[in-house]
Design a protein around this ligand. Structure first.
Ligand SMILES: [Fe+2]
Length: 238
């Protein structure tokens, strides 16, 4: 008999930038964690009420405006604890009201559900992914058939290259990818499917990756993103 998961994740697509906001709900305790509360807090609160859960935690994949602009309003509804990485707190020049700061590898406990924090720098210095069960909530690190840009303040394409290598090598192929934006032909995918169709997972050296991420990709691809083969990437003159 396969074990039933202790949790359920609902997805909301909110705001003008097609952000995905996730609500992780622990069945037994009735606790819930919102990942990247932004844009339309009423919808988040409404969903939590519908599900009969209490939002006790706020998890941030990173500190960009489009992922955090609902925090204050959400805190008017729930006394929730905020979580982010040490590195992102250092990068984020704003007052933080006693958040819990994490290193990669830390586990956030939500009732019976364990959420593992992965420190995944590249898009920002303290970007995080949250690994829960067989699902990876990836923020702006890994998108379906894409990855986060590295040309904004704190971005680093060399780090992104290493981060994506780690995700590829450390997580099982059947891991379900839950990205931070709806930029692709479908909202979710598996790591296996990304390994075969995500151009950013087709590089074997950081030099070519950096060139592609920083100077080539945005001029040659438009969303919604679809699969790109290994051969297509190998044929690029970079
Ligand atoms: Fe971002």
């Amino acid at each position: 008999m396969t074990e039933q998961p202790t949790f359920h994740i609902d997805t909301l697509e909110l705001g003008p930038m097609e952000n995905f906001v996730y609500l992780i709900q622990d069945h037994k305790s009735g606790r819930a964690a919102v990942v990247d509360p932004a844009w339309d807090v009423d919808r988040i609160v409404e969903l939590a009420k519908q599900r009969g859960v209490e939002i006790t935690d706020i998890l941030l994949t990173h500190s960009h405006h489009d992922h955090i602009n609902g925090i204050e309003e959400l805190l008017q509804h729930y006394d929730a604890q905020m979580h982010l990485t040490h590195a992102e707190a250092k990068f984020w020049d704003r007052y933080l009201d006693l958040p819990t700061l994490h290193h990669g590898g830390d586990v956030i406990t939500l009732g019976d559900t364990e959420i593992r924090v992965l420190h995944t720098p590249g898009h920002t210095p303290g970007s995080a992914c949250f690994h829960v069960g067989d699902q990876l909530i990836a923020g702006d690190t890994l998108f379906v058939f894409g990855c986060g840009r590295c040309d904004l303040s704190g971005g680093d394409p060399e780090q992104m290259y290493q981060t994506l290598r780690h995700i590829h090598s450390d997580l099982p192929g059947n891991t379900i990818l839950l990205p931070g934006h709806n930029y692709a032909i479908k909202p979710t995918s598996t790591l296996d499917e990304q390994v075969s169709g995500n151009p950013f997972l087709h590089f074997h050296d950081s030099g070519r990756f950096v060139q592609y991420r920083m100077h080539v990709h945005d001029r040659n691809r438009n969303d919604p993103y679809g699969p790109v083969s290994q051969q297509e990437v190998d044929a690029l003159e970079l």
